[in-house]
Design a binder for this molecule. Structure first.
Ligand SMILES: NC(=O)c1ccc[n+]([C@@H]2O[C@H](COP(=O)([O-])OP(=O)(O)OC[C@H]3O[C@@H](n4cnc5c(N)ncnc54)[C@H](OP(=O)(O)O)[C@@H]3O)[C@@H](O)[C@H]2O)c1
Length: 279
């Protein structure tokens, strides 16, 4: 990687950050396509978030990604927000422009893109979303915008599921979303947006009690491990599965588009996917 005085810094802030695969996929892309950027991960404790914001402005980073636990807190620290990010109440991408921080949320777009690349459409489908946290919010709204038949939100804390369903209905202007206390027997697509199954708790599986139909498409946004206990169960049943690396790449490329203002080419996906396949 050639680093010169014109190389700009981008990166990721979160806590903890050691598990992140973002530096690997971003730097591989920049190197392959000759983008004069370098991507680093910064472990920022919540009490240091405002200092980080000041430092980012002073050092004139081009932009940065935001992950757990800062996605909501960062909303109050940026200078302006993309209208969707504002309504979602969480950001995962910030662009630095003329010393100002502008917040975006690319998680939902990334998830939808990962489905489209596998020729999966959510239009007119019955969708179950497990979880109602930050990632679920963005995914639920972007699924809602694609015209599904219905979205059932199953969350450990029922009331958070209710709040998310209301948000989807408000933003889409329809009554497609509702909270549910259990996963319905029949659905076209199930999406796990909780951290269940994530390393080191790899035996956790939010659908372990469910008698799955092989017609159901099963998606997990957890990407570490790539093959979660939930996806293994689905694969054994004969379901089509979608792992979390697609969303990881989709949201990463959407961030690159925001930072550079340039078109994100289809071949970029393949470059990032190849890097993840090596791990
Ligand atoms: N593939 C990607 O690109 C991508 C992008 C973003 C996030 N992710 C992954 O998505 C997961 C969630 O991230 P997030 O930012 O949405 O986190 P979050 O805002 O903290 O939300 C966590 C969600 O998981 C639920 N949950 C947590 N522990 C649970 C348990 N033991 N049993 C049942 N439900 C539980 C929470 O339920 P309550 O509401 O009841 O607390 C909440 O709905 C993480 O594993 C993250 O790595 C992947």
């Amino acid at each position: 990687m050639k680093i010169s005085a014109s190389t700009k810094l981008v990166g990721l802030i979160g806590h903890p950050i050691g598990h992140s695969m973002s530096p690997i996929i971003h730097n591989a892309l920049y190197q392959r396509i000759g983008l004069d950027l370098i991507y680093l991960a910064f472990d920022i404790r919540p009490e240091n978030l405002n200092n980080a914001r000041i430092g980012i402005k002073a050092l004139d980073l081009k932009g940065f990604n935001v992950t757990i636990p800062h996605k909501e807190a960062m909303i109050g620290l940026v200078d302006s927000l993309d209208p969707y990010a504002k309504k979602l109440g969480a950001i995962n991408t910030v662009k630095v422009k003329d010393g100002q921080l502008i917040g975006y949320n690319t998680d939902g777009q990334g998830f939808i893109k990962s489905l489209k690349r596998k020729n999966i459409s959510v239009k007119d489908k019955s969708i179950v979303i497990i979880g109602a946290g930050g990632a679920a919010r963005s995914i639920a709204v972007y699924i809602g915008l694609e015209g599904p038949k219905e979205i059932r939100i199953v969350n450990r804390t029922y009331d958070r599921g209710k709040v998310l369903a209301n948000l989807v209905n408000d933003l889409t202007g329809s009554y497609i979303a509702s909270p549910a206390s259990h996963i319905p027997d029949k659905s076209d697509i199930i999406v796990n947006t909780t951290s269940l199954g994530m390393w080191p708790n790899i035996k956790e599986n939010p659908i372990s009690d469910l008698s799955l139909s092989p017609q159901t498409i099963v998606c997990d946004i957890v990407y570490n491990p790539r093959m979660t206990a939930m996806l293994r169960q689905a694969e054994r049943t004969g379901c089509q599965i979608v792992d979390g690396t697609g969303m990881l790449i989709g949201q990463a490329l959407a961030s690159v588009g925001i930072w550079t203002g340039k078109e994100v080419k289809d071949e970029y996906w393949q470059i990032m996917q190849e890097e993840l396949d090596k791990l």
